[in-house]
Write a protein that binds this ligand. Sequence first.
Ligand code: TRP
Length: 479
Amino acid sequence: MGCQWVSMARETWATRLGFILAAVGSAVGLGNIWRFPWQTAENGGSAFLVVYLGIVLLVGVPGLLGEFVIGRRANKSPVGALRELSGSKRWGFVGAFSVITGLSLLSFYSVVGGWILRYLLESGAAVLGGNPAYFTNPGQYFGGVSAGTDAALFHLLFLGLTGLIVLAGIRKGIELGTKVMMPAVLVLLLALAGWAATQPNAAAGYAFFLRFDPSVITENFFAILGPAAGQALFTLSLGAGTMVTYSSYLGEDRSLPLDGSAIAVLNTSVGVITGLVVFPLLFSQGIDPTATGTGPGALFVGLAGAFSQLPAGTLIATTFFAVVTLAALSSSISMLEIPVAFLVDEYGVSRRAAVLGMAGIVAVTGTVCAFNPGIFSFVAGTLVNILLTTGLVAFLLFVGWVMGRDAIEEFSSGAGSLGRRLGTPWLFAVGVVLPLFLVFTLLTHFGVDTNIGFWPTVGLTVVASVAAFLGLRQPNSVV
Ligand code: TRP
């Protein structure tokens, strides 16, 4: 059959901008719009912002380049890439974790995507007349729709949209979709930020978000470090193999360091602009962001309350939820693409069958999350956190210790003099500094440092990293 031949030639991005926008689309999502403002509010405002920016620059960008180097070198999904580049099946198993991570991520993300879709439809219908139902009592409304049959149905709707885009393939689905969605997100978000600036008391919102108090950093540095690192990984879509997969569709050589920096800058800008929308709006309505709680409902309850009191609130709400829907969809497609690429690359399954099969699994696992808030929080919090951090550590150790010189070569290819100068320090960062840092933050995330003390945690970090490395060491490895 003809499609056999089509599936033989692996797809590539049509343009460089297409790749960048797809990666930005993956990065920009609920992490920026839903999680970032509340993490900032919870962890000392601008002090958190500063630490977070530092981690994005020093850990996020090098880490992103680590995933890019694997993907572009192998032109395969993470499973095939790690197996082929190492020549060992064991690394293939490590890569297979990305399939599990992608499915876990999508299981809770699609439920949140479903909530958002519901709020969008609800607000959009009310533009024609009347008020959205959630205006009356935002807290109660969210409580009613966030779990149960409604949540499951909207999850399935959101997952269906995700599946349709992925089904259309790399160029006609993901690239085209993100080329439309990302500019729309930026334009609408800037319009909202401009409008928010005109609201009374907006200045108090900016002050809350941006007031810089260095003593907050010095006093709480280690308490901020964990959440800031977690946020940086999540928002850059690192550790799941999404970025390995996306860069595996790169055809020609372009500057990975430049592309990676552009992606990080765009992603961070969206987070900051969202803060410039959310906080002035809340403060203009006298809503204290620290009082509305920081759970999954924060965006829906706090902001929905503000929308209900604003002039033209329905229109603003519709615009806002449209932005969030587009941002969430451009991320969810990158999660589904991980297991889909795995089936297509490793088993020669057609894209259609792969999408149906993998979306079918998430239809079930997501429905479980939709019905069970306890399972939802476990997946969205602990499970995803562990999978992403260990996933990234594995990718980085692979780049540093298995690929070694090849990684520098791939990093430098297309990067001009930048590549020659930065290649070696980057490899050192990726192979040694970042894994230690990530293991340390994972331990602090689980409160190990408060239980056994700071230095024992540092010791444990070193032991864990060395053990991980020895366990994964190849007979043919360069060290
Ligand atoms: N970065 C996305 C966000 O901020 C979430 C996301 C998409 C993601 N793909 C991922 C997170 C892969 C980790 C890994 O919403």
